[in-house]
Design a binder for this molecule. Structure first.
Ligand SMILES: [Fe+2]
Length: 146
């Protein structure tokens, strides 16, 4: 079983953000699988690099969105992002030096990011978006009818 299983509670109702969260969950699961199964430091390095890059892109997307709507809780939310980014940066540095990180500590961190943060902080700005009636939900591209 994967470390993180997606369910609908995690949807915040913004198509792009929900997709990014799903991609993030996939990367985190791949990361843990790699640590558990083969513990190959070169492979772990590649995944942590991808993960840290993706987290950066994701936080930027959210922060841009929050700035666009003059979100009142922006500073607090950004502070949380900085805390996560710093932790990932430190983990990445350790891995680059060849140290496999402590799995329990990492799992607690990822749970905090993927569960607690999404269910509280991200859900909150999702609600504000809905209240402001900001329509950012993109529709899936439709295949042309034959
Ligand atoms: Fe966030």
């Amino acid at each position: 079983m994967s470390f993180f299983e997606w369910d609908n509670r995690f949807n915040i109702g913004v198509y792009e953000i929900d997709n990014q969260h799903k991609n993030l969950a996939y990367l985190v699961n791949t990361f843990f699988e790699s640590i558990r199964k083969n513990n190959n430091i070169e492979e772990i390095k590649l995944i942590v690099n991808e993960l840290s890059e993706y987290i950066w892109v994701h936080f930027q997307t959210e922060e841009n969105l929050m700035r666009d709507i003059d979100y009142q809780e922006y500073a607090t939310h950004q502070c949380e992002h900085k805390r996560f980014a710093k932790y990932i940066e430190n983990t990445q540095e350790k891995i680059i030096k060849g140290n496999v990180p402590d799995l329990i500590e990492l799992e607690n961190f990822m749970r905090d990011l993927l569960v607690n943060h999404v269910l509280t902080f991200d859900q909150h700005y999702g609600l504000v978006l809905k209240e402001k009636n900001v329509r950012l939900v993109k529709t899936r591209p439709q295949l042309p009818k034959i």
